[in-house]
Design a binder for this molecule. Structure first.
Ligand code: SAM
Length: 271
């Protein structure tokens, strides 16, 4: 079974980008199975209501727990016949997906998503015994009892609340796209050259990547660093390593501890 990810949102159109580029190709070739659902499909009232005012007062609206729970449960039901719709369907004529669920919830109050998290999710997804449900909130967020209920459910392995950075978006859709793009490219077979991953920022010892150049060698009076056209692979490698360390020290010193620049360089010299 390909890794399965169900995305639930009141704006499924936001997720249309999942048809494009690497993720789109990965879906087309069956390397990953992503389904997008409209949260409103599980509502039963005429207005297809998904929110209500917050208990305790205050501005904005909160997403209802009962609606979200129905939507999460509906993702586990696959149509027994191809082409039949899942959302809002009864359990009749559908097969339950046996895999354990990992509920992924984008929220500014979650742990900041990192490259090691993306690797961990890609590894877990490839192992084949879980499926993911991505719950995209809107308004003031989802009633807190949904994650509480999910954490106590025997069919749910884990609830993982994640943030994509210290700012507030209008909804979880963009955060879901960020997580999907970060994870899908790490799934086996998705990148043409898997070695390109090892070279990137936040990989290996977790520092930033060196600057990159291509033709023309001279452009707008700016020349490509000479070493890159020297054909000396050892020199190129050393130059790239130095630039990566320098850049990281300048822009993201937080990525360096516990290894200092001097320690890293010394280790390079010893190698
Ligand atoms: N009231 C919430 C707070 O202050 O923490 C913010 C709600 S925000 C307007 C609506 C939704 O956008 C959230 O439920 C979440 O799904 C998503 N969201 C906003 N910022 C995010 C971030 N930095 N990372 C991940 N998701 C985010």
């Amino acid at each position: 079974l390909a890794p399965r990810i169900d995305v639930v949102s009141i704006f499924p159109g936001y997720l249309d980008a999942l048809d494009l580029s690497l993720v789109g190709k990965a879906r087309e070739s069956g390397l990953v199975d992503i389904a997008v659902h409209d949260l409103r499909d599980v509502t039963t009232d005429r207005h297809r209501t998904v929110d209500d005012s917050p208990f305790g007062g205050g501005a904005g609206m909160v997403m209802r727990p009962d609606v979200w729970w129905s939507a999460i449960e509906a993702t586990g039901r696959r149509p027994a016949r191809a082409g039949a719709t899942v959302a809002g369907a009864s359990t009749e004529g559908v097969d339950a997906d046996p895999r354990e669920v990992v509920l992924l919830v984008p929220t500014p109050s979650g742990a900041r998503l990192t490259q090691p998290d993306a690797h961990a999710l890609a590894r877990e997804a490839s192992a084949g015994d879980v499926r993911y449900v991505l719950a995209c909130g809107r308004y003031e967020g989802i009633d807190a009892r949904v994650t509480e209920r999910a954490a106590g459910d025997p069919t749910i392995r884990r609830v993982q609340e994640f943030s994509i950075g210290d700012y507030v978006l209008n909804g979880g859709e963009v955060a879901a796209l960020v997580l999907l793009e970060a994870v899908v490219r790490l799934l086996p077979g998705v990148l043409g050259n898997p070695e390109s991953i090892a070279e990137e920022s936040f990989e290996g010892d977790g520092i930033l990547e060196y600057p990159v150049y291509t033709r023309p060698a001279l452009w707008e009076g700016l020349a490509v660093p000479e070493v890159l056209t020297s054909g000396n692979h050892g020199a190129v490698e050393r130059w790239r390593r130095e630039r990566a360390l320098e850049r990281t020290a300048r822009r993201r010193p937080d990525l360096l501890p516990p290894l200092t620049v001097t320690e890293l360089s010394r280790r390079d010299l010893a190698a």
